[in-house]
Design a protein around this ligand. Structure first.
Ligand code: FAD
Length: 81
């Protein structure tokens, strides 16, 4: 059936064909505009497990965003001392 959608997917001489059935987490840990958890200040949900990525590239990009948000948050905390 999938071979009808993606021609060449199924090979007649293949012994076993595996399909990827799920690519990302079924849950999403909500975060605010500063990338922190909406109910746990200081927690930065990130990447696939938290529901913000579905592969290597999107996980990496989300990691960069989170690293920047954490640095910003630490700077803010430092300034308020
Ligand atoms: C077999 C397989 C093939 C894949 N192939 C591809 C592909 O070809 N292309 C693609 O784009 N994506 C692929 N992926 C998906 C990709 O690997 C993930 O989307 C990506 O690694 C998610 O990155 P992440 O940093 O969000 O999570 P992860 O890479 O899972 O990192 C989570 C980290 O948290 C650590 N951790 C977990 N719990 C705790 C804890 N309590 N305390 C401390 N540390 C903890 C874990 O040890 C881990 O190091 C594949 C995945 C699998 C399983």
């Amino acid at each position: 059936m999938f071979n009808r959608k993606v021609k060449g997917f199924a090979l007649a001489d293949a012994l076993l064909t595996g399909v990827e059935t799920r690519t990302s987490a079924p849950i999403c840990i909500k975060r605010d505009k500063e990338y922190q958890s909406v109910n746990t200040q200081g927690l930065f949900p990130a990447g696939e497990g938290a529901g913000y990525a579905g592969g290597i590239m999107s996980a990496a990009i989300d990691g960069i965003k989170i690293a920047e948000a954490m640095a910003l948050s630490m700077n803010k905390a430092q300034e308020s001392i």
